[in-house]
Design a protein around this ligand. Structure first.
Ligand SMILES: NC(=O)c1ccc[n+]([C@@H]2O[C@H](COP(=O)([O-])OP(=O)(O)OC[C@H]3O[C@@H](n4cnc5c(N)ncnc54)[C@H](O)[C@@H]3O)[C@@H](O)[C@H]2O)c1
Length: 311
């Protein structure tokens, strides 16, 4: 098949492109390189099955494809708050453009949505039926509400125009090729440990998080794309929880770092816990994460060691 991956030079997108090329598909990787990086797709550049297109999805484009994975959108607060108007344009106008393309060439389209559509949830763990608790006017709204509108657009193009859609809600994902400067806890801790700097834990560190290794996520994405008769939305994430403090200690142990853990006051809106309910993914896709946190972290540490070593 000819598969378009928007945001294909980003963290998750580059792993998806790699996997699709390995499976024998012709992959068109489209990216505006806002947070994406050519280094992420370097191993694919000489491959005849791989093509790179520098393009911004807020502008229309016509391509002959069978599948569209719509991942283009900055994902970490530092990046999506850099230009909030552009962020929401990417989710709204970008998704309209990709849905228009899907409609025209009769491609199946999968939208990468997020656990952030649940906002500051009143329901734990979050199931797909929960409608969320999102602030429409806050500094995170450009991302959260943008993704909610993207889901609405997907459903409306599906109901009104019969476009073949899939929606996944991705929870925290980590692995090699995460941007080292994106301010997220996994990359922060690993980079701090490798540089011998203090690891910053907010509060007492007993807040929990659940992290999914990128290979597991990619498997879930492909299963959802190729699943017949189920459009979603479906949660994809790892339901096993770790406290932040435990997580920091594991990273110190795996890196062999002499860094110490320091504590800073908890930010006002820091969620106590976030954990996906993945019953629907298990039932419909036969999917659940396989990579344990130690293995996933070891692979990530190897990657960051190279990045930190060369910077
Ligand atoms: N990483 C996570 O934990 C996570 C969690 C939930 C949802 N997601 C979603 O998954 C997708 C990929 O996230 P990621 O972590 O790989 O982030 P990323 O920032 O590494 O990747 C996003 C890619 O999209 C590109 N992009 C941004 N705006 C664009 C535009 N207007 N036109 C074309 N390309 C554009 C960027 O250059 C980048 O390559 C995003 O849609 C994100 O919202 C990720």
């Amino acid at each position: 098949m000819r598969v378009l991956v928007t945001g294909g030079a980003g963290f998750i997108g580059s792993h998806l492109c790699e996997r699709l090329v390995r499976e024998g598909h012709d992959v068109l990787c489209l990216d505006n390189f806002f947070t994406g990086n050519k280094r992420n797709i370097l191993p694919l550049l000489g491959n005849p099955r791989f093509e790179l297109i520098r393009h911004d999805i807020t502008e229309p484009i016509l391509l002959e494809v069978d599948r569209i994975y719509n991942l283009a959108c900055p994902a970490s607060p530092i990046h999506y708050q850099y230009n909030p108007v552009k962020t929401i344009k990417t989710s709204v106008m970008g998704t309209i453009n990709m849905l228009g393309l899907a409609k025209r060439v009769r491609a199946r389209i999968l939208q990468a949505s997020t656990s952030e559509v649940y906002g500051d949830p009143h329901v734990h763990p979050q199931t797909e039926e929960y409608w969320g608790n999102v602030n429409p006017i806050g500094i995170r709204s450009c991302y959260d509400e943008g993704k909610r509108v993207a889901e609405t657009l997907m459903m409306d193009y599906h109901r009104q125009n019969g476009v073949d859609i899939r929606i996944i809600r991705i929870f925290n994902t980590y692995g090699p090729r995460m941007a080292e400067n994106d301010g997220r806890v996994v990359s922060n801790f690993i980079v701090q440990a490798l540089r011998g700097e203090d690891l910053t834990v907010y509060g007492e560190g007993n807040q929990t998080r659940s992290f999914c290794y990128v290979d597991d996520l990619v498997e879930g994405m492909i299963r959802m794309m190729e699943c017949d008769g189920f459009v979603g939305p479906v949660n994809l994430g790892n339901p096993s929880e770790t406290t932040i403090l435990e997580f920091a200690r594991t990273i110190l142990e795996l890196t062999g770092s002499k860094s110490t853990i320091i504590f800073k006051p908890l930010p006002a809106d820091d969620p106590k816990q976030r954990r996906p309910d993945i019953s629907l993914a298990r039932e419909k896709l036969g999917w659940s994460p396989r990579v344990d946190v130690t293995t996933g972290l070891q692979r990530s540490i190897e990657y960051f060691a190279e990045v930190v070593g060369s910077s």
